[in-house]
Write a protein that binds this ligand. Structure first.
Ligand SMILES: *[C@@H]1O[C@H](CO)[C@@H](O)[C@H](O)[C@H]1NC(C)=O
Ligand SMILES: *[C@@H]1O[C@H](CO)[C@@H](O)[C@H](O)[C@H]1NC(C)=O
Length: 298
């Protein structure tokens, strides 16, 4: 009897240990393990490892992660709407909730057949966005799947396309500039009609005779610190994810806080050849240059 209780205790101890470790860093490539549809379930098409989201004149569609995360890397492979995608926007982003939320956005703005997509990125810190950058890509994103990643460490947020950094937002807290670091974020993606602004400034409208518009997904990867909300330990989890005292997370490694020399060159190349809009240089919109832009220049 005694030994029975003992082994039961051991099993419970062992199970809670496993749950604790699993709850911290997740890494998976299966849609169903990581995500759930949030709206328009009937606009989801599952084909093996691939997922397709459909936009028609009734609805778009969207999904979100089942959990929230602090730091790490999230990657999704996307093949954007082929042919005429004018008026459509496909988005992939991380966001926390509430009026002072943080958000890291990829928005893919569709175009008429044969004309290039625009990738718009934006960053919200404490509920404030207005940090748009726009670029075109060095490939046709409608022909194949490409990897789009958000890489978030205590030192920076890096947006990547096929592992090439296209944007880096550095932590400049030592200069009094807030950095997103105290709110766990969910991972989201959706496709919707935005023909009031998306394509050529809203001049080209969605041609519904070309619907349905389909964005395809595969290769979902979340390698991040999981912070389940609505648990008594949410705050503890967030502390554990960011402190790195109990355990060494890769995003706390010094080499992860800087771009490699190769990555810095790649980022320079993207800025020189593919950047078409940067809020930092939009003096009509921001007569006073935003504080982080002054320092990000270097
Ligand atoms: C669409 O194509 C036109 C013409 O090439 C280009 O000016 C525009 O930036 C492209 N992208 C969007 C989203 O309008
Ligand atoms: C949606 O588009 C189809 C095809 O163009 C059209 O027949 C239908 O009436 C439209 N439905 C709505 C709700 O606009």
């Amino acid at each position: 009897m005694g030994s029975f209780i003992g082994s039961k205790k051991f099993v419970i101890f062992y199970l809670s240990f496993v749950v604790l470790v699993m709850a911290e860093v997740v890494s998976s490539s299966k849609f169903d393990e990581l995500f759930q549809p949030t709206w328009a379930f009937d606009h989801f098409i599952h084909e093996g490892e691939q997922l397709k989201l459909k936009l028609d004149n009734f609805s778009g569609a969207g999904f979100q992660s089942k959990s929230k995360y602090m730091y790490g890397k999230v990657t999704i492979q996307i093949k954007l709407v082929e042919g005429d995608s004018a008026g459509t926007v496909t988005a992939f982003y991380m966001s926390s909730e509430g009026p002072t939320h943080n958000e890291f956005d990829f928005e893919f703005l569709g175009n008429t057949t044969g004309e290039p997509y625009i990738v718009q990125t934006n960053i919200y810190v404490n509920g404030e966005g207005n940090r748009e950058q726009r670029l075109n890509l060095w490939f046709d994103p409608t022909k194949d799947f490409h990897k789009y990643s958000l890489h978030w460490t205590p030192r920076h947020v890096v947006f990547m396309v096929d592992e090439t950094p296209i944007r880096r937002h550095t932590n400049l807290e030592h200069r009094g500039i807030p950095f997103p670091k105290d709110q766990a974020m969910g991972v989201y993606s959706s496709i919707w009609n935005a023909d009031d602004w998306a394509t050529q400034g809203g001049r080209v409208k969605t041609d519904w005779s070309h619907a349905p518009f389909i964005a395809s997904y595969q290769g979902f990867e979340i390698d991040a610190c999981e912070c389940p909300e609505a648990t008594a330990t949410a705050a503890d989890n967030m502390k554990r994810c960011s402190s790195g005292t109990e355990r060494k997370y890769w995003w706390n490694e010094p080499t992860m806080s800087e771009l490699s020399i190769h990555q810095s060159h790649q980022l320079k190349w993207v800025k020189a050849n593919h950047l078409i809009y940067d809020y930092c240089t939009d003096t009509a919109r921001f007569p006073t240059i935003p504080a982080e832009c002054v320092h990000h220049r270097h």
